[in-house]
Design a binder for this molecule. Structure first.
Ligand SMILES: C=CC1=C(C)c2cc3[nH]c(cc4nc(cc5[nH]c(cc1n2)c(C)c5CCC(=O)O)C(CCC(=O)O)=C4C)c(C)c3C=C
Ligand SMILES: [Fe+2]
Ligand SMILES: [Fe+2]
Length: 341
C-alpha cells in the first residue's frame, strides 16, 4: 500500500462517508426474522416486477407463510458462530479493512461503513445518521459489480428517496457498476490462481452468477451482458479458451424463465457427460452468503457428485482478500477524485 499524490485535495476536505452497500440479510437464522427480511426484500417492486395487486396476495398468502421456515434452516447451516450472517460479516470486515487502506493512502477524513438495502444496518438510517453528524459528501459503492435494476437500481431508489426529504441535499455519488474494473478482475484472477496453485487446474471452470428473470433483460436490464463481460475478461487473464469455462446463472426464484443456462442442471450435465473435476466461482457476489455457501457449495456440490462428478471445488468469494480491498480502495479513490474538480 503506497500513498498516492493525487488524493491530497480530497483528503483535506472534511466529512466524506463511504458506504459499502450489500443486499441485506435476516437478523437471525430463525423463521420470524427470515420472514421480516423476505417481506421487505420480495415486497420491493424492483425485485419482483409483478403488479402489486397480483403479487402482494401471492407473497403474503403463499410465500411468506412457507418459505421462511425452509430458508431459516438453510441460514442455520451457514451462520457463523461468532460472526452471524456471512454476508453481513464479510461486508463489515471489508468496510473496516477499506478504512485502513484508505488511511494508508493518505485519505484520513473518510468514514467507511457497511449498509444494507434490506434489514439492518439499513442504508437509509446510515445516510441520516451521517447527514446529522455533518457529512456532506457520501459515496455509495453497491456490492454488485454487475448492474441490475433488481439490485443496483434499488439502492439508487433508497438513496434518492432519502435525499428527496432534504432541503440541503448532500453531494451524493453512487457507483453504477464495475463489471470490468481492472482491480476487480485482477482480484478474481488472483483468487483463481491461488486456488490452482494448491489444487491444480480443473477440467472446467464454472462461473456462476445470481440469475434474474429473462424478461428483465429483454426489457433492457444490462446485467447479463455485464456478467458475460466480467467472465470474458477473467478467462482472458487466466488464459482459458472458450471450451475451458462456462457462465451459468443460479438462485432461480419462481416459475418464470430466468437467465440460462442454470447452474445446477449445467453441473449435472457436466458430470453425466464425464467431467470429473470442476472449479466453481461466483464473481457477482463480493461476499460469501447463503447463495454461495449453501446453494453452491452444498446443494450444487451434492448434485454434481450425485451425477458422477468426483471433485467439486468451490472457490470462495473475494471477501477480505487484500487484492480485493485494494481494488475497492482504487474504485473509491477514483470516485473521490471527481470531488476535487
Ligand atoms: C425475485 C427474486 C430475486 C431476484 C430478482 C434476485 C436478484 C438478485 N439477488 C442477488 C443477491 C443475493 N440474493 C440473495 C438471496 C435471495 N435472493 C432471492 C430472490 C431474488 N434475488 C431470495 C428469495 C433470497 C433469500 C434466500 C432464500 O430465501 O432463498 C443473497 C443472499 C442473502 C444472504 O443473507 O446471504 C444475495 C447476496 C443479486 C446479485 C441479484 C441480481 C443480480
Ligand atoms: Fe437474490
Ligand atoms: Fe438460493
Amino acid at each position: 500500500m503506497t500513498s498516492t499524490s493525487t488524493d491530497h485535495d480530497t483528503t483535506q476536505t472534511p466529512g466524506i462517508g463511504v458506504i459499502l452497500c450489500n443486499l441485506g440479510t435476516p437478523s437471525a437464522p430463525e423463521p420470524a426474522a427470515v420472514k421480516r427480511y423476505l417481506a421487505e426484500f420480495l415486497g420491493d417492486p424492483r425485485v419482483v416486477e409483478i403488479p402489486a395487486l397480483i403479487w402482494k396476495p401471492i407473497l403474503h398468502g403463499l410465500i411468506l407463510p412457507r418459505r421462511p421456515k425452509e430458508s431459516a434452516q438453510k441460514y442455520q447451516q451457514v451462520w457463523l458462530e461468532d460472526g452471524g450472517s456471512p454476508l453481513l460479516y464479510h461486508t463489515e470486515q471489508q468496510a473496516l479493512l477499506l478504512r485502513g487502506w484508505l488511511g494508508e493512502a493518505g485519505i484520513r477524513n473518510v468514514q467507511v461503513a457497511a449498509g444494507m438495502r434490506y434489514g439492518e444496518p439499513g442504508l437509509k438510517s446510515l445516510l441520516e445518521r451521517w447527514y446529522q453528524s455533518g457529512l456532506r459528501r457520501i459515496l455509495i459503492v453497491p456490492l454488485y459489480p454487475q448492474y441490475s435494476a433488481t439490485t443496483t437500481a434499488s439502492v439508487y431508489d433508497v438513496a434518492y428517496a432519502w435525499a428527496a426529504s432534504k432541503r440541503d441535499i448532500p453531494d451524493l455519488r453512487i457507483v453504477n457498476q464495475y463489471a470490468e474494473f481492472d482491480g476487480y478482475i485482477a482480484a478474481l484472477e488472483e483468487t483463481v490462481r491461488k486456488h490452482w496453485s494448491s489444487h491444480g487446474r480443473p477440467e472446467q471452470l464454472v462461473v456462476s452468477y445470481h440469475g434474474i428473470p429473462a424478461r428483465n433483460v429483454q426489457l433492457g436490464d444490462p446485467y447479463q451482458s455485464q456478467c458475460l463481460a466480467t467472465s470474458k475478461r477473467l478467462a482472458e487473464r487466466l488464459g482459458l479458451n472458450e471450451s475451458q469455462y462456462r457462465v451459468t446463472f443460479q438462485s432461480r426464484f419462481g416459475k418464470a424463465r430466468w437467465l440460462e443456462p442454470y447452474t445446477q442442471p449445467t453441473l449435472e450435465q457436466l458430470a453425466q457427460s464425464g467431467t470429473k473435476v470442476v472449479d466453481v466461482i461466483c464473481p457477482g457476489f463480493p461476499a460469501d452468503c447463503l447463495e454461495t455457501l449453501e446453494e453452491i457449495n452444498m446443494e450444487v456440490r451434492e448434485a454434481f457428485l450425485h451425477h458422477g462428478g468426483q471433485e467439486f471445488r468451490y472457490i470462495p468469494c473475494l471477501n477480505e482478500q487484500p487484492r480485493w480491498i485494494s481494488a475497492l480502495r482504487d474504485l473509491v479513490q477514483q470516485n473521490l477524485r471527481a470531488w476535487e474538480r
